[in-house]
Design a binder for this molecule. Structure first.
Ligand code: ATP
Ligand code: MG
Length: 658
């Protein structure tokens, strides 16, 4: 992305500063600010002594051997954090809370989609994790062996992750919604020998089988010795004698005692594949001490968690990194009480989430823009039927949040009062990097704003020069951070090429960003997605936000399709709100609207109302597939799509390209 036009202040560049003209500001509620876990001084302390700051945060954890060394950056980009320390990650997430007298505190309020519930205290969790650790050991799993986990959102998912961590066996969680192919390619890539799965889970009001995908996947993974199967739905399953083992037979028979062994801080904790939004997923490796330090600190700082009183709910699936860091490791290391929900938000009715918030008195909610826009589409009257007054902090992650969606979230879910923390991070970063602090930051709708204390993020141009306020370019991280990825599993070269070769000594995040006049950061979407129209860089995010600011549009995805005259032409796919219907007049009205908000250069050449957009299982729009459609190409990698029939639907709805 060349930023000449962003910086020169030419007409088009100015016309595109829509987001930067967003002038709404929301100060933290005074009571929250007064009692916040992290106050403004944290920025200065961390700035003055970054490594000292992280060494202090590492002491949030219980170490078997306290680290003396904070960072070893002698062979960049391969970092070692707290390398001479030893700890057990599961002990930190479970046992130490029991030992501190909090065994009776609820760790997980589980809500099944059919309405069944389970409550696990920290003492229960310790017993379950210990039994599962003993069970894995009985299957011959040793420290360093990889274990694949393919489960629905049930407590066994978290128990399995912690059992692996407890015995030092890196887990590789694969989304329960992925196909057999996606499973087998991941199992093969990291050579897992044990798979933990379930007969199925509940989705959209009915049982949805999981085991058949494992059976199919394993026909091409001959090295998998055992499949441990949780019974969730009670449906019929095919059974391979000698390989398949029921969880309730094996785990329930184990001893409730298990002595957690300490591992090196740099011992591998998990491998997780990225969402695949921009191409074939990458197997990201995270290790133990630095990862847990940052997951724990950021959860404490960004969500202001008060473990005695808060009820926290992150709606992510454990199959993506948000589920790892902000369901399993961050909250549990902090002794949080959290809600875990198995199913879809509209089963059996579109108010299910809000019913759950009211039922458990959820105080902190963390979800994704895609979910917020879906709720906007369903209508304001739905959350209005429920008592959401317990909520005090709302979080967003996964994509840039359109300012209108942000405002809707605050007004209709947060009663116009709760701070919203828009958290930017990636599978690779392991934990939150850029976000407001709820007790400190005056928030701006649509902006993630500022790197957290101890983190350094910059926006640079093509020559790696930092842009000034008001400039735009590439988001980079110029200082190592504790929860940074250590490599791409089995492929150090791809690790160096993907993240460290674009700019010398800087981590290239792959996202475009702008800085406003206050120096706050606005994420603009993927660098790959930035459009070049008649010589002007235009961000997909900005055009999408302009479309979503029209009252008839709920959601939109914008791509640049090659165009003989303008280089690229803007093609917009839109999902209309509840009652709006498609017409030539509406399309013309939307084009005019974008022209008015952003300037004529940003008017989409084509606007196509569609019923659905292609999304990853983690809820992100896959623009690259829409670009394939708009340019009449064969579709790229679709293995991480939620629903691959969406692409057929869109292709069939498309009038052939002009
Ligand atoms: P792949 O790397 O395989 O293409 P992915 O990048 O979608 O997939 P994730 O690691 O799940 O995989 O997502 C990280 C990306 O999500 C970020 O690089 C960014 O583009 C986007 N993102 C996450 N949170 C935010 C946010 N708060 N604002 C803007 N973008 C965000
Ligand atoms: Mg990515």
């Amino acid at each position: 992305m060349s930023n000449a036009d962003r910086n020169t202040g030419d007409k088009a560049g100015e016309a595109l500063s829509n987001l930067l003209r967003e002038e709404r500001r929301f100060a933290p509620p005074p009571a929250l600010a007064a009692d916040a876990n992290v106050k403004a001084d944290a920025y200065e302390r961390a700035e003055a002594d970054r490594l000292g700051f992280w060494a202090e945060q590492a002491r949030r954890l219980d170490w078997a051997v306290e680290p003396q060394e904070t960072l070893d950056w002698s062979t960049p980009p391969f970092a070692k954090w707290f390398a001479d320390g030893k700890l057990n990650v599961a002990y930190n997430c479970v046992d130490r809370h029991v030992e501190a007298g909090h065994g009776d505190r609820v760790a997980i309020h589980f809500e099944g989609e059919p309405g069944d519930t389970r409550t696990l205290t920290y003492a229960d969790l310790k017993r379950e994790v210990s039994k599962a650790a003993n069970a894995l050991t009985s299957l011959g799993v040793e420290a360093g062996d990889r274990v694949a986990i393919y489960l629905p959102m049930i407590p066994e998912a978290v128990i399995s992750m912690l059992a692996c961590a407890r015995i030092g066996a890196p887990h590789s969680v694969v989304f329960g919604g992925f196909s057999a192919d996606a499973v087998s390619s991941r199992v093969t890539d990291n050579d897992a020998r044990i798979v933990i799965t379930a007969d199925g889970g509940y989705r959209r009001g009915k049982p949805s089988a999981l085991k058949p995908a494992i059976d199919e996947a394993l026909t091409s993974c001959p090295d998998v010795r055992n499949v441990l199967v949780v019974r969730r739905t009670g449906g019929d399953v095919a059974w391979t004698e000698g390989r398949d083992v029921w969880w309730h037979d094996l785990v329930d028979a184990q001893s409730e005692e298990h002595e957690p062994q300490p591992f090196d801080a740099e011992h591998p904790l998990f491998i997780l594949y990225t969402s695949g939004t921009t191409g074939k997923p990458k197997g990201i490796l995270h290790t133990s001490g630095g990862y847990l330090t940052q997951a724990s600190y950021t959860h404490h700082a960004v969500f202001d968690l008060k473990p005695e009183t808060d009820v926290y709910w992150c709606t992510a699936d454990i199959g993506w990194v948000t589920g790892h860091s902000y369901i399993t490791y961050g909250p549990l290391s902090n002794g949080a009480t959290q809600v875990m929900y198995e199913g879809t938000p509209d089963t059996p009715h579109q108010g299910r989430w809000w019913e759950i918030v009211a039922k458990y008195g959820v105080t902190i909610l963390y979800t994704a823009p895609t979910a917020i826009r879906t709720c906007m589409k369903w209508g304001d009257d739905i959350p209005a039927k429920f008592d959401l007054s317990s909520l005090r902090i709302l979080g967003s992650v996964g994509e840039p949040i359109n300012p209108e969606a942000w405002i809707w979230y605050r007004e209709h879910i947060g009663a116009g009062k709760t701070p919203i923390v828009d958290t930017w991070w990636q599978t690779e970063t392991g934990a939150i990097m850029i976000s407001p602090l709820p007790g400190v930051t005056s928030t701006k709708p649509g902006s993630a704003q500022r790197a957290l204390p101890g983190i350094s993020a910059k926006v640079v141009d093509d020559t790696a020069t930092e842009v000034g306020n008001g400039g735009g370019g590439y988001l980079v991280l110029d200082r190592p951070w504790p929860s940074m990825l250590r490599t791409i599993w089995g492929d150090d070269q791809r690790f160096e090429d993907t993240y460290w070769s674009r700019f010398e000594g800087l981590y290239f995040a792959g996202d475009g960003a702008k800085k406003d006049d206050d120096g706050d950061i606005w994420l603009l979407g993927r660098v790959d997605d930035v459009m070049l129209v008649s010589g002007h860089n235009i961000s997909t995010t900005e055009v999408e936000s302009a479309l979503v600011s029209h009252p008839k549009v709920a959601e939109s995805a914008v791509v640049g399709a090659s165009d003989a005259t303008t280089g690229q032409a803007i093609v917009a796919f839109v999902i209309l709100r509840g009652s709006a219907s498609e017409s030539a007049e509406l399309v013309a009205e939307l084009r005019e609207h974008v022209g008015k908000v952003l300037g004529p250069i940003a008017k989409p050449k084509r606007i196509l109302p569609v019923a659905e957009l292609p999304k990853t299982r983690s809820g992100k729009i896959m623009r690259r597939l829409l670009r394939d459609v708009a340019e009449n190409r064969t579709l790229g990698d679709v293995t991480t799509l939620t629903d691959s029939s969406v692409m057929d639907l869109i292709s069939s709805q498309l009038p052939s390209a002009p």
